[in-house]
Every structure is written in C-alpha cells, then in structure tokens.
Design a protein around this ligand. Structure first.
Ligand SMILES: *Cc1c(COP(=O)(O)O)cnc(C)c1O
Length: 353
C-alpha cells in the first residue's frame, strides 16, 4: 500500500466551485478592496525584496498584530490561513491523543484529526444548536488533546453562551488545548481574548478571510498566552508565510475604519435578509455571522434553480441535523436582492416541492 489507511478513507474536502454572477457560497466579502486601497497596497508590495527569505515566524506581522490587539508579541502565531493553524494545533496537542468537537461544525477539525491519526470525538449539538455540556464533559474528563469550538459557530451561525464555555474551560484546564475559532467574531461583536488572558490553555483562532474579506491572501493567526504560543510556533513550518502575505496583512490591519464600516453594513444586511426569509415562511436560524442558514422542503431543487438564475449558495442538507438546510452568505445590497428575488421566483414555481 502506498498511502496510509486513514488517507485512503478520507473523501477530501467537499467543495465544488461553480461559476456564478452572484457568488454567495463561501462566506467571503461581497467585494474586493476598493481600487484606491488596492493600488496603495500593490505600491507597497513593489518594495518587497523577492530574492530574500521572509521573516522567520512572520515576525513583523506578529508585531503588528500584537500592537493592534494589545497582546504580547510572543503570544501571536501567524500562518497561511487559519486552516493550517488547525493542523498545527492538532499536531501540537492531539497526535496520539484526541480531538474533540461538536457536530455539525467546520469540517477541517475532523479532517485534520483523521489525517494525523488523532482519536476523534464529535459530539452532536443540541437541537437548538447549544452545547451538549454533559456529553462533552464526560469525554473531556476521560481523555486529553485539543478541543475545537467555532464561536460564533459554523455552519449554524449561532454563538454559545459564555457561562457554558467557562464551564468547559474549567474541565479542560489540565490536559486540553482549548481552541475557540473566532473566524466570524467581528460580525457578532464577541472576543475570546479575555478568556485567553485568563486561561493558559485557551487559543483564539483568527483569520483575514472573513471580516477582512481577504480569503485570497491566506493569512490566519492565533492568540494565546506566550508559553503556549511559543510551542505552537515550533509546529508552523519555518518561512511558510511569504513576504508578500506579511506586507499585505500589515497594510490591511491599518484599515480598521474601512473594515468596521463594512462589517456594520454586513450586519444590517444580515438582519434585512433574515427578515425577508422569514417573510417567505422559511425556517431561518438566528445568525451572528455573515451568513444565514435556512431550510426549504426541496433543497436540491432550490439550489440548482437558483444557480441557473446566476445565484450560487451552499447546500448543507447532507449534514445530519441540518436536513433541508441551505446557507447563504450576506453579500452586497444588490447581490442580496438578486438572491431574494430569485428565491421568491423559485419558491413560487409550480414544479416546486
Ligand atoms: C472560514 C473559516 C475559517 C477560515 O479559514 P482560513 O483558512 O483562515 O481561510 C476558519 N474557521 C471557520 C469556522 C471558518 O468558517
């Protein structure tokens, strides 16, 4: 056999990239950086010496992130996308031990546990998507490793209660790295940093892909207490974040006002789209993110027909507990209107249901 059994069994990441005029399937920002900001960024990138290796551990970017979040530089880990940090955390804490998460959740946690041969426990969320505290507690008390919780949660869009999180933090303090994946925190106005400051085993995982709208840049980072962050940095491949990524990420960190405005627009659009979906008598799940989960009686038909109308959203109906569910990313006002108008037509069609 050429390849390990675990790899042969993996289906690979489930994503099909369709072409569509209105692309609302990956929780991206609706628009690229405005032309003036983008050309200022590219002017800066011109100055990057490409014959030199980048900083080890993205040191300058770590310094900028540290200043931005008023957090010690040694408590910052940078890598090429937060998904690669999920791998690093699994390597650091879970190989030969365990990964615990809930389900449904972000699929990378379980994929990486399987790739790296960690024992995997996926505990189903309660029907209202709250944390299954009792079941989690039993598993956490019996094992050691890494627990991943996306908060705000994906693909469900809710956030977990602070009290429940703190209960789990108590149980895990001795032998679990507790990862709070905050990919969507700006849309919820939440931050796990106070918990990171309080607990030496907590990691807050952040990304430039969602609120910053720079998924193409591939930058993610983790905030933890320096002692833990120093161990995690040993697992990130040296020089793996390019000088171009570092320069670009440093530049956009300074555009705080721009991103704050954009997040505020997304939040108000989210509320508008959510109300409109309820107005169509669809089951709509509360969201504190930049996407909305809703369900329809015939998700395959709705997905395909929207696509023929140039609107791409994401099917989630294959996921246990999410029967009938579709997920739409909040786009620009025009994109959201195109989605809602097309959906109204699809739902009104004879062949529906
Ligand atoms: C989008 C997303 C990420 C971001 O991954 P990157 O690799 O940084 O693009 C991480 N976690 C969750 C839950 C996400 O939805």
């Amino acid at each position: 056999m050429l390849v390990r059994e675990e790899i042969l069994r993996l289906p690979g990441y489930a994503y099909t990239g369709y072409e569509a005029e209105v692309k609302l399937d990956q929780n991206e920002a609706a628009e690229d950086l405005p032309p003036t900001l983008k050309s200022a960024l590219f002017d800066k990138l011109q100055t990057v010496p490409l014959h030199r290796y980048p900083d080890l551990d993205a040191k300058r970017l770590r310094r900028s992130i540290a200043a931005h979040f008023k957090w010690p530089e040694n408590g910052v880990v940078v890598s090429g996308g937060s998904n690669t940090l999920i791998r690093c955390l699994t390597i650091a804490g879970a190989i030969g031990r365990s990964v615990v998460s809930v389900k449904p959740t972000f699929p990378i946690y379980s994929d990486q546990a399987r790739v790296l041969g960690a024992q995997l426990f996926e505990v189903p969320l309660k029907p209202d998507f709250s944390l299954p505290l009792d079941e989690l507690r039993v598993t956490l008390e019996q094992h050691a490793g890494v627990i991943f919780l996306a908060n705000p949660a994906a693909p469900t869009g809710n956030k977990f209660s602070q009290g429940q999180l703190e209960e789990l933090l108590q149980v895990t303090s001795k032998n679990w790295i507790f990862v709070i994946d905050e990919a969507y925190h700006q849309f919820a106005g939440t931050s796990a940093l106070p918990l990171v400051a309080q607990y030496p085993h907590v990691v807050s995982l952040r990304t430039f892909s969602k609120a910053y709208g720079l998924g193409g840049l591939r930058i993610g980072f983790a905030l933890a207490q320096p002692e833990l962050a120093t161990e995690i940095r040993k697992v990130v491949m040296p020089f793996s974040v390019s000088s171009l990524q570092v320069m670009a990420a440093e530049t956009v960190l300074e555009l705080d006002d721009f991103f704050k405005k954009r997040v505020a627009t997304t939040i108000s659009e989210r509320e508008r789209v959510s109300e409109a979906l309820k107005g169509l008598n669809l089951r709509t799940y509360p969201s504190v993110t930049n996407f909305i989960l809703f369900s329809v009686p015939n998700p395959a038909y709705v997905f395909e027909t929207l696509l023929t109308k140039g609107v791409l959203i994401r099917r989630q109906d294959h996921i246990k507990g999410l029967e009938g569910a579709l997920r739409v990313t909040i786009g620009s006002k025009d994109q959201n209107n195109r989605f809602l108008e097309s959906l109204r037509i699809v739902l009104g069609e004879e062949s529906y249901g």
